[in-house]
Design a protein around this ligand. Structure first.
Ligand code: AHM
Ligand code: MG
Length: 338
């Protein structure tokens, strides 16, 4: 009586990856090693994000412009951690990071089969307030005989072999999906230093009356977007309007949308005709997660997000992602204008 039932057979990410690898007879173990480096970078970034708040607090006493500097420092630290992890696993040929203008080539590993795109700390404007931020990643397998040029990375999301994100919130939550597979969520147990499978086979709700968008941009929205959002706010007689939730960290807004359902949008508008979010390391990886969890993701032309091909590595796109039925509503309203 009173004794807690202790699970002595938990599934860690390490165990999960080993089990995945054994399912694929042709697997060489390279992908598993790459994922081990990934999870190390998440643990490490999670640790520094927690510490950064403490540094900011002590910093308040002395220096004036400490906030801006520290925030930048953390962006740089996150990037450096990620780049070092990807390099040291020896399985990555090239890397695109939001923090780096140019593609990074790991010439020490000319035969490495993978290319990675990442936003090491997305939503960093939220950092100083201790609001959730995250890392987004997408993994491509380079085509046979690829010369390792940057054109090799201008690929649609359908070429991703795996993608996901880690949200640094009350706890660090890692969500990962593989091509054609399901979506699995892990929670970092800080004491064990392990990601534990807490959300196996995530399936998102088919619909939910929550919308997540920066409404401050509505002046710049195109008519179909205005029309669509208005249908949520001013529904037909007898129906309830939607709730608004917007954190301003894509990873946190997307994670909530994945769990609770609803829609997240960052549409292209008159001010940003190509949208704000980046295709390779924000839109495409998220789109893959949402589709594999039963949702939908489209761009501002109502095209499937995963089929959008970036023209350059930092190319942007408008995006709507969320519950299947909620994204369908966006498409239906836009059809009236086509
Ligand atoms: P960042 O990569 O510079 O952090 O910008 C991306 C972030 C997303 O996390 C978030 O969805 C969006 O920018 C918020 O933008 P806005 O402040 O315009 O609403
Ligand atoms: Mg970003």
């Amino acid at each position: 009586v009173g004794t807690e039932k202790i699970n002595t057979d938990i599934v860690t990410l390490t165990r999960f990856l080993t089990e995945e690898q054994t399912k694929h007879k042709e697997a060489t173990g390279d992908f598993t090693l790459l994922c081990h480096a990934l999870q190390f970078s998440f643990k490490s970034i999670a640790y520094y994000i927690r510490r950064a708040t403490l540094i900011n607090l002590t910093g308040l006493a002395g220096s004036a412009n400490v906030t801006g500097d520290d925030q930048k420092k953390l962006d740089v630290i996150g990037n450096d951690i990620f780049v070092a992890a990807m390099k040291s696993c020896a399985k990555v040929r090239m890397l695109v990071s939001e923090e780096e203008e140019e593609i990074i080539m790991f010439d020490d590993y000319p035969d490495a089969k993978y290319a990675v795109a990442c936003d090491p700390i997305d939503g960093s404007s939220n950092l100083d307030a201790g609001v959730s931020v995250g890392t987004i990643f997408g993994i491509f397998r380079l085509a046979e005989g690829s010369k390792g040029t940057k054109e090799d990375l201008l690929l649609p999301g359908t070429s991703l072999v795996a993608s996901g994100f880690t949200m640094y919130g009350a706890s660090a939550q890692l969500v990962i999906t593989m091509k054609g597979g399901n979506v699995n969520g892990f929670t970092l147990d800080n004491a064990l230093g392990e990601f534990i499978l807490t959300h196996p086979d995530m399936q998102m709700p088919k619909k939910r009356a929550i919308y997540s968008v920066n409404e401050g941009n509505s002046l710049y929205w195109e008519d179909p977007v205005k029309d669509y959002i208005n249908t949520l706010k001013y529904p037909s007689e007898g129906e309830k309007p939607y709730s608004a939730r917007y954190i301003g960290s894509m990873v946190a807004d997307a994670y909530r949308t994945l769990l609770y359902g609803g829609i997240f949008a960052y549409p292209a508008d008159k001010k940003s005709p190509k949208g704000k979010l980046r295709i390779l390391y924000e839109c495409a990886p998220m789109a893959m997660v949402f589709e594999n969890a039963g949702g939908q993701a489209i761009d501002s032309h109502m095209k499937r997000m995963l089929e959008v091909v970036p023209e350059h590595i930092h190319d942007r796109s408008g995006i709507f992602l969320g519950s299947y039925d909620e994204v369908q509503k966006v498409i239906d309203v836009h059809k009236k204008y086509m």
